[in-house]
Write a protein that binds this ligand. Sequence first.
Ligand code: PEP
Ligand code: MG
Length: 581
Amino acid sequence: MSKTLKGIPVSSGIGIGRAFLLDRRKIKVEKYPISAEDVPNEIERFHQALDLAKKQLMEIRENLVRELGDKGHAHIVDVHILILEDEMLINEAIKIVEQERVNAEWALRTVLSQFVNIFEGIEDSYLKERRSDIEHVGERILRNLVGKTISNIDELDQDVIVIAHDLSPADTAQMHKGKVLAFATDMGGRTSHTSITARSLEIPAVVGLENVSATVKTGDPVIVDGNEGILIVNPTPGEFRNYLDKQKHYKYIVSELLRLKDQPAETYDGYRIELKGNIEFFDEIPHLLSRGAEGIGLYRTEFLYMNKKDAPTEDDHFRVYKKLAKQISPYSAVIRTLDLGGDKIASHLHEEDEPNPVLGLRAIRFSLKHQDLFKLQLRAILRASAYGKLKILYPMISGIDEVRQANDILDKVKQELLSKGIYFDEAIQVGVMIEIPSAAMTVDFLAREVDFFSIGTNDLIQYSIAIDRGNEHVAYLYEPLHPAVLRSVKQCVVAAHSQGIRVAMCGEMAGDPLCTLILLGLGLDELSMNAPSLPIIKKIVRSVRYEQAAEMAYRAMILSTPSEIEDYVEKAMRRLFPEFF
Ligand code: PEP
Ligand code: MG
């Protein structure tokens, strides 16, 4: 009988095929005592399992690099190798074998649960993912200990839809060979490495289905709809036909849209805006370029600090920024200085618990307090600016004082470099994120101090409407088309243009096709978004005259409630683009 499950859509597209259940369930571990003289043997057995795990991961890594080069996501496997080498994990397990005289499997399981408990209750999705990384590595070692090796996705010999309780990033990274039509898992979230990899390999995926691995058997016919987050087991003939049509339509739209890749984002009457890409990881760049991004509008550099054992050095920063500058040339890349704190916490920099981290010592406030760290980053950006076109963006600016303080520090760093004869772009542009209401209300002053604005709607909406962007109970209030948000955007554009500076938007709203014409009509110069949104946004821009967009923005601005605005915009967009809405 047909059954529909609802999960989180993390990678768009539709996969139709037979299920292949990948057993990634936890290994059952028995506890048994060992004698004192068996302790060295037991420790040796543990080391052998560790060595084997390392060999397995190195092999996966080598295959990936050989076949895919930079795009092979080898860094994800590196995270696992790092965890495998973590002395605390190894030593703690050995200590338990020695002190409690128990088998290595039991000792390791005990340490793993202690590690995982530490992560329990942490809301941050990135940290949650580190917990799953530790679990994946632990399961690999346990399987080696009990002699049950993991079946590799690499070895699949027919096209399938992979179903699993959870997939490790090492699993997903091996899905490039075209044998995996889609995948679906019980666990996972949008920001997991697995989901990020699925997006960059363009494999349709739905995660967070809770019990799909218990519902589906190998060989069952399944449909995975990565656009809507739906999985259908044993579809009816009607559902099957419907999804074949949807799949065809989706493929057609994607290929049609991609034909616009080299065309400018320009209205019929020649009004031009720039479409750029947001990145967190480096391997997103080829993807953005292949969809026609004209540069990077937001590089979230705090990701350099996440998932790392140690904080990156100035040279680590420099190498990344230099590579970015070269790779993105002739376009430019906007490097946002650290936006740590709030929901993005790096364990080695986190000092103390804050009662209200989202309103706490985060982003530019954190950088101004930790000036050594800030200078290190600015030095690296400046040094890299000699190799391409880079711009600096300060996050979470609340007013002019912060801009001036940050710029004073930047000037000092520039002087230092000049005195050492180190070359950099002396005219490097500096911009601010407009994402706090106090900044949005003083944009006329701020526009005199900087070279550009970038509107961060994710936070601007959160702070303007006073709703936690991660809290599902108030999610209904998270309204990009709230009159307050539209007014803030409009004020930003007016203030920026009257000072002759450009204004970009890099929050999620910039990549929401429903909002494109409103944003165009409000006068934004640049929109920066994730790769999959680029083609459709360009198509919308290229399908209208500027006046139409301006008229739509004007009409939306005189409506007084979010639902009226949404209603109006939805109807208008459906009329103009029945194929998309
Ligand atoms: C934003 O707030 O809109 C933004 C782009 O920054 P982040 O999502 O990284 O907070
Ligand atoms: Mg933000």
